[in-house]
Ligand binder design. Structure first.
Ligand SMILES: [Zn+2]
Length: 100
């Protein structure tokens, strides 16, 4: 569970997924104190490194002519894993960090 560093409000996994992947709102905003919460540079690097995973897997599934139902199961497992892993790797900070 992530916490707002200003007020200690707990930031739920679902909130992180919803705000970053769904609404595309960044930085996150603490709903209790209004503090802007940025991802750390390390979190951003890891997050962006996950972006090409799905296209690469899709390409491999197409190249090797994997049956549709197996491909569907693989994609479902992959997406579920990404949704579970993504909030765990995110670290929040009050200040926007430089990448380099
Ligand atoms: Zn807060």
């Amino acid at each position: 569970m992530k916490k707002c560093s200003s007020c200690g409000n707990r930031i739920s996994r679902w909130y992180i997924i919803k705000e970053t992947l769904g609404k595309k709102q960044y930085p996150l905003v603490c709903d209790q104190c209004g503090q802007k919460l940025y991802f750390t540079a390390r979190s951003l690097k890891i997050s962006y490194s996950l972006v090409p995973v799905l296209p690469i897997v899709l390409l491999l599934l197409l190249l090797f002519h994997i049956p549709d139902w197996i491909a569907g199961v693989v994609i479902l497992i992959l997406l579920t894993s990404l949704f579970v892993i993504y909030p765990s790797i995110v670290q929040l900070t009050n200040d926007e960090e430089r990448w380099f």
